[in-house]
Design a protein around this ligand. Sequence first.
Ligand code: DDH
Length: 292
Amino acid sequence: QSGKAALNFTPTKEDYQKVYNKIVEFVEDAGDYDDGSYGPVLVRLAWHSSGTYDKETKTGGSNYATMRFEPESNHGANAGLNVARDLMEKVKQEFPWISYGDLWTLGGVCAIQEMSGPKIPWRPGRIDGFAANATPDGRLPDATQGADHLRHIFYRMGFNDQEIVALSGAHALGRCHPDRSGFDGPWTFSPTTLTNDYYKLLFDEKWVWKKWNGPKQLEDKKTRSLMMLPTDYVLVTDKSYKKFARAYADNQDLFFKDFSAAVSTLFELGVPESQWVTSEPWEMKTKDEQEA
Ligand code: DDH
């Protein structure tokens, strides 16, 4: 590509599909990392870059990718996300025209879809911001707290109880790391496949407080190999949350439908309408669909 062409380059859906496909390569090439996939940590990066949104001041959200800057990169909630940012940086080297906000959210979309999740409608348009756009600490949820804290945090983003419960199902994926959050262990037996097992396990297992020197977390009495955070457990103790958690435990299709809608909204928080390159979000193709 000549310099001139690069300057006038207007990426198409196919160009973003190429970025998606490159992310797939990196996600799968994880070797011994965690459970053999970078998928979960990429989902967490996309979520933490979006979940800083405040609907009152219209600050935060995925638009400016401010987690690139200190002190946001060093906020306690973001511990360990350097792994995901470094990985995305390698993709950025190959596709320098994509904004960080678009890249990180596309990384989340890609990871969810490739880990057997639903399609997450997505569209580009985020722009790179500056350190001055970074958000103050404390906008992301604190796992040691309860139902009211979750409402305080997620209502600020514009979500309701049903959406809080649907979004929390992302914890079917990945695990907690003692050197990142202090907590330890996975929520489900299949941390690289999105299922509704998170809700099923919340209802079906007996959860007891783990006896250890670390932060307060629960473990399943039967195998003691799974965990729940205090904020996970409120989904079955709070009456309003519980109704939705039960519905998702009983119906994975319903969970996928609501999860897809809520995540799509989450990843768009903080982006002015005028910035979108398309009014209708796109469905990016999975690796399997392209090979079929
Ligand atoms: Fe989460 N999350 N999360 N989470 N999250 C952690 C890991 C992962 C909370 C706390 C933690 C969401 C909501 C909440 C993912 C996705 C999402 C860890 C462990 C903590 C602690 C970090 C570590 O040690 O590595 C709390 C509290 C909430 C809440 O109150 C609702 C949401 C909404 C999502 C989402 O994606 C929509 C994923 C994925 C992980 C696994 C990361 C990994 O490296 O594995």
